[in-house]
Design a protein around this ligand. Structure first.
Ligand code: GDP
Length: 248
């Protein structure tokens, strides 16, 4: 992953610059620690919604995960939270086509959006999914960011562009997370990362940097936790003002 640093600088730079983010940048160690602590908290399944009317109340800041089916979403959620429960719940028959909500330690809601792009999906199913997703994106005031997962070997596909347009239209901030980087060659990965960042520049709602991850090798997980943790921190209420005790 040192592909973006010149070989001479690599030894010095790897200590401070993360090449798990593209373009590479320094990760604040305090944010990395905050992210680690956040994702060490307990993750609890709260609700599943198959239509807009059954979405749970929006009490916590939310981070949603979207992507084509088989992109590696369940594996990434497992790697982030360090447990297998989330994916098992989301993959339970009947729950794969709904939006699943997981409370992470009372701090943030992780939202698993149904995978899209099944070649054999019937049209009625696609219409239902689109309406559910549009309803969620348009109404969710607590939604802080959507992580759009893209397979690092394939890059952005036409079906992902449909979702990107929906996110632009809804004004929901989104960030691309490349998955399965262990399966992509270094040159291929660099090319896909550059093309992806270039394409995102045309999207009003897109975050300009992308994360490079492998759930299998656990690559890029700490950096992604740091980024998502910073969103949770930004949402915390300012500490309560302590008023002086009234004079006796
Ligand atoms: P989902 O349908 O998006 O939830 O995808 P899954 O997490 O179920 O992953 C789909 C397939 O890709 C499974 O066979 C996983 O084992 C595999 N996979 C997921 N993440 C990675 C990864 O980082 N590296 C590799 N090599 N395989 C992965």
């Amino acid at each position: 992953m040192g592909d973006y640093a010149s070989p001479g600088c690599r030894l010095i730079l790897t200590a401070v610059i993360s090449t798990e983010i593209f373009p590479p940048r320094v990760i604040d160690p305090d944010l990395a620690e905050a992210g680690r602590r956040l994702f060490a908290r307990d993750a609890r399944f709260v609700a599943g919604a198959s239509e807009t009317s059954t979405l749970p109340g929006d009490a916590l800041p939310e981070i949603a995960f979207a992507g084509r089916s088989n992109v590696g979403k369940s594996s990434l959620l497992n790697a982030l939270t360090g447990r297998r429960t989330l994916a098992r719940i989301s993959n339970t028959p009947g729950r794969t086509r709904q939006i699943n909500f997981f409370d992470l330690g009372g701090r943030i809601m992780l939202v698993d959006l149904p995978g899209y792009g099944y070649a054999e999906a019937p049209k009625t199913e696609i219409r239902r999914w689109t309406a559910l997703l549009r309803g969620y994106l348009r109404t969710r005031t607590t939604l802080r960011r959507v992580c759009l997962l893209i397979d690092s070997r394939h890059g952005i596909k036409e079906i992902d562009r449909l979702l990107m347009r929906m996110l632009d239209d809804s004004g929901v901030s989104f960030q691309v997370v490349l998955t399965k980087t262990d399966k992509a060659g270094a040159g291929e990965l660099a090319r896909v990362a550059e093309l992806t960042v270039a394409e995102l520049a045309a999207h009003a709602a897109a975050h300009p940097e992308i994360h490079l991850t492998s759930a299998v090798k656990r690559h890029g997980i700490a950096a992604l936790r740091a980024t998502l943790g910073s969103l949770a921190l930004a949402d915390r209420a300012p500490s309560a003002v302590v008023l002086p005790a009234p004079a006796q």
